[in-house]
Design a protein around this ligand. Structure first.
Ligand code: IMP
Length: 453
């Protein structure tokens, strides 16, 4: 993390290496001061970032947390699915708290729109797959956030039924598309047994054109905007939403989200080529959590898991659901770090592990046939059958939240970090010891409090 004076930071990506909720918001916030433009490339309002500034707590879903700095630009890239109603609520809530949201927020005209029928469809499919198929085939629901993410991306792939942010600015075009889409969608929702009244394309067109009008000052061709920024020597910080093990291609399919949340989503989700990114900081908790359904080899479905949940406040920012908790799975983290090209790690919620006599790290899986592998299995059905192989390390009892540097951490805590570095093969550059900015070790030393909006 040490740079020569006046040296520009490289374009950086921040990405979660587990199943989400790794505390990316705080790390993004920390690195924001070193960059000029903060860019979202994937996902939608299914993500939730919490940033604590003094006594203020900000929960952001669509807008990058860089918005809290008046001199930074925030870009919502083309790979994001935007729920305009939620986005406007977020803008209004920020403004009500005195945060400037003007030309510092730019939204891609090519980002796809999450419509109300996507949310209806998301919930209806979850119910259908949970209840209706449960007896015959087991529960096939994913445990989605029901924010309409999957159906919106499905429409993007289907093309003819998609709406993009740019379409909201052209009311006649929007209306004509909605007339066709609503007929189809009403039939699909009826088939799932949830809709009685047909969708009203004219009412939706009026409402969404009005949202478009409010968003118009922010809507840009984000691909050119980002390339212009790079040409002007400005540095970009890419903020991954959700996390690598939820990546549609590389995660624990089918228990994943619908976008490329790993750094591989950056080129397609922003139009910036991958080789432009010089640094990838992978964020991992000192333990593991997961929300929703899907395999979780190191899950602690017991008192210890409950203790981690309470100490780590492991309840969803977006849905409030209790998160499933377990030991650190380094097979999974090493795999995500490989796929993302991580150059360093930020280990978050490290303070939560204090107070245990011993701690465990999973470094391999035992397969049903008895063989042992250190390779991850990005397939839910096959991953269900593995047993974690653990290393047991001594725990520590000291409160480490105010530790001034890495060297003054208890020996067992230092050994835990060293083991992560040895197994994953990259340095732990940042250690988060609590929710405050200052409760962070960056390059081994305590981070300074930063001037803020
Ligand atoms: P969806 O993204 O709402 O379709 O949900 C798909 C799966 O991804 C569910 O298990 C969600 O709980 C999970 N998920 C999506 N976004 C996040 C996130 O930001 N953190 C944690 N889990 C997430």
């Amino acid at each position: 993390m040490t740079r020569r004076p006046n040296e520009r930071p490289p374009h950086t990506a921040i990405v979660g290496l587990q199943w989400g909720d790794e505390g990316k918001g705080k790390i993004v916030d920390l690195l924001t001061s070193e960059h000029d433009v903060i860019v979202r490339y994937n996902g939608g309002a299914n993500a939730g970032h919490t940033v604590v500034v003094g006594s203020e707590r900000y929960a952001l879903h669509l807008i990058p947390s860089g918005i809290l700095y008046p001199d930074k630009e925030c870009v919502v890239g083309n790979g994001v699915v935007v729920d305009p109603e939620k986005l406007l609520q977020e803008i209004d809530a920020l403004r009500a708290r005195g945060v400037r949201v003007a030309d510092n927020l730019r939204i891609s005209d090519r980002a796809h729109v999450v419509m109300p029928y996507h949310k209806e469809q998301d919930a209806a499919l979850e119910e259908y797959l949970g209840a209706k198929t449960a007896s015959a085939r087991g529960n096939l629901s994913i445990g989605t956030t029901r924010r309409g993410i999957g159906p919106a991306y499905a429409d993007k792939i289907r093309r003819s039924t998609a709406i993009r942010v740019g379409d909201l600015l052209d009311p006649d075009y929007l209306r004509s598309r909605l007339h066709v889409i609503c007929t189809l969608r009403t039939a699909e929702l009826e088939a799932l047994g949830v809709r009685t009244a047909p969708l009203d394309p004219d009412a939706l067109a009026t409402q969404y054109a009005a949202f478009g009008e409010r968003l118009r000052p922010h809507v840009v061709d984000s691909v050119y905007a980002l390339h212009d920024a790079m040409l002007a020597g400005r540095s970009l910080l890419f903020e991954g939403a959700n996390a690598s093990l939820l990546d549609i291609d590389h995660g624990t399919f089918p228990y994943v989200t619908s976008s490329n949340c790993s750094t591989l989503g950056i080129p397609s989700g922003t139009g910036v080529p991958g080789h432009a990114i010089g640094r990838v900081l992978g964020i991992m908790k000192a333990y593991s959590t997961r929300v929703g359904a899907g395999p979780f080899p190191t899950e602690l479905d017991n008192e210890l898991g409950q203790r981690i949940r309470e100490r780590g406040r492991e309840y969803g920012t977006t849905t409030g659901r209790p998160r499933r908790c377990g030991w650190l799975d380094l097979v999974a983290v090493r795999y995500s770090a490989m796929v993302c090209g991580a150059t360093g790690i930020a280990c978050t919620l490290f303070d939560v592990l204090a107070g245990l006599d011993e701690v465990r790290i999973c470094t391999a899986y035992r397969l049903p046939d008895g063989t042992v592998t250190d390779r991850f299995i990005p397939d839910a059905h096959r991953l269900e059958g593995v047993e974690p192989v653990y290393e047991t390390l001594p725990g520590w009892h000291e409160d480490i939240r105010e530790a001034p540097d890495r060297d003054s951490l208890p020996e067992a805590a230092r050994a835990y970090l060293a083991r992560i570095e040895a197994v994953v093969g990259i340095p732990v550059e940042v250690v988060s010891l609590g929710p405050e900015r200052t409760q962070t070790l960056v390059g081994g030393r305590r981070a300074a409090a930063l001037a803020h909006a």
